[in-house]
Design a binder for this molecule. Structure first.
Ligand code: NAD
Length: 357
């Protein structure tokens, strides 16, 4: 029996999480597991209901669960809220309070989707990258921060700080992941300009001494942004700090055809959190157009990392592969001669394959 705190959030979060729970129901039915879902509020939904983006009850529920599934938060309704009342504060609060310092984002191209990528087939064929992003440090959390008025104009400040121990633990996560893959780590920084990046490079290199089998390279972030488009196959594991990882993992997502395909796991604390990489997509919310695969693939990561249910995880992943091979596509990945389906129908196809295979 596994207890999962479910935070659907806002916009398409509601739709894709609802469908991912159906997939967990299918897994439970097939393998005789029991998943208990505890629904909790965060983001705009929490602001509307109780006036704060991350209620204490939500954190308590997460801490008392075996894993957390999150959809997405945010939307235009709350865009003009003051900073501490923005839905996105919930994300930072969850990461910090649950100690989730390692964000794992795989970007693997499905062969059936080669033509959905905006890049040429020969560039993206075989791409299989994991971006390991530091999640609880860096400029998103550093202080001082804020906006003040000086000499008649507004001045905004954010602070970028990293400690050696923060860098060491994320580097270790990256090397451990690389050991189970092609044994290649590319550490991305801006060491030609930033002191934090210089410490990052020295610390990652020192950690690398313990993993002699792993080939370690360093790359500046601007070059990495370019290399991801030029020759993405050169990468296996990319490890980088919070903001660079935020940007590069969205770029890596597009190699796979759509941000609607990309799953993530945030690890490091007692309870891990799983969520799609995409946001709440207000432009398509409530229209049955959202691709649920990123959230369903996040559930597969939950089965693997939090519950150690390897066979079940593989089952979900192979069902996603088969549905794509069978030609089913949500609008974001649809091309000529494919079968256009909505969020609900895509998830139903995946569930029915899980129950049949
Ligand atoms: P977004 O990821 O929500 O959308 C970007 C584009 O991708 C949109 O055109 C959208 O329609 C499309 N898209 C996203 N997910 C999709 C899916 N599953 N299927 C098909 N198409 C999909 O990013 P944004 O527009 O920059 O942000 C919208 C809101 O989401 C903002 O309030 C932002 O702060 C928030 N956000 C939340 C998270 C999170 O909760 N983890 C992450 C990013 C953005």
């Amino acid at each position: 029996m596994y207890t999962i705190t479910v935070i659907s959030g806002d916009g398409i979060g509601q739709e894709v999480v609802g469908r991912a729970l159906k997939v967990l129901d299918a897994v439970a039915k097939k393998y005789h597991h029991q998943f208990t879902f505890k629904h909790a509020l965060a983001g705009g939904a929490a602001l509307d209901a109780v006036g704060v983006p991350l209620p204490e009850e939500t954190l308590d529920s997460c801490r008392a669960s075996d894993a957390v599934l999150l959809g997405a938060v945010g939307g235009p309704k709350w865009d003009n809220n003051p900073p501490h009342l923005k839905p996105e504060q919930a994300l930072l609060g969850l990461r910090k309070n649950l100690g989730l310092y390692a964000n794992i984002r795989p970007a693997k191209i499905y062969s059936a989707l080669l033509d959905a990528s905006t890049l040429k087939r020969e560039v993206v064929e075989g791409v299989d990258i994991v971006v390991v992003r530091e999640l609880t440090g860096g400029i998103y959390f550093g202080t001082p921060r804020g906006v003040e008025s000086k000499n008649g104009e507004a001045i905004a400040t954010n602070t970028l700080t990293y400690s050696e121990s923060e860098i060491k633990r994320i580097a270790e996560s990256a090397f451990e992941i690389a050991m189970k893959r092609k044994k290649k780590v590319c550490s991305v920084d801006k060491a030609n300009i930033l002191e934090t990046s210089q410490l990052w490079r020295i610390t990652v290199t020192a950690v690398g001494q313990k993993y002699r089998e792993v080939e370690l390279s360093h790359m500046y972030v601007d070059n990495c942004a370019m290399q991801l488009i030029r020759n993405p196959k050169q990468f296996d594991v990319i490890v980088t700090e919070n903001m660079f990882g935020d940007i590069l993992s969205d770029e890596a997502a597009m190699l796979t055809g759509s941000i609607g395909m990309l799953a993530s796991a945030s690890l490091g604390g007692k309870v891990a959190l799983y969520e799609p990489v995409h946001g709440s997509a207000p432009d398509i919310a409530g229209q049955n157009k959202a691709n649920p695969i990123a959230t369903i693939a996040s559930v597969a990561m939950m089965l693997r990392f939090s519950f150690n249910l390897q066979k079940e995880a593989e089952d979900v992943e192979s069902a996603i592969q088969k549905v794509l091979d069978n030609g089913y596509r949500t609008p974001d990945i649809a091309t000529a001669n494919t079968i256009r389906v909505g969020t609900k129908e895509m998830a139903e196809q995946i569930c029915s394959i899980i129950l049949r295979q």
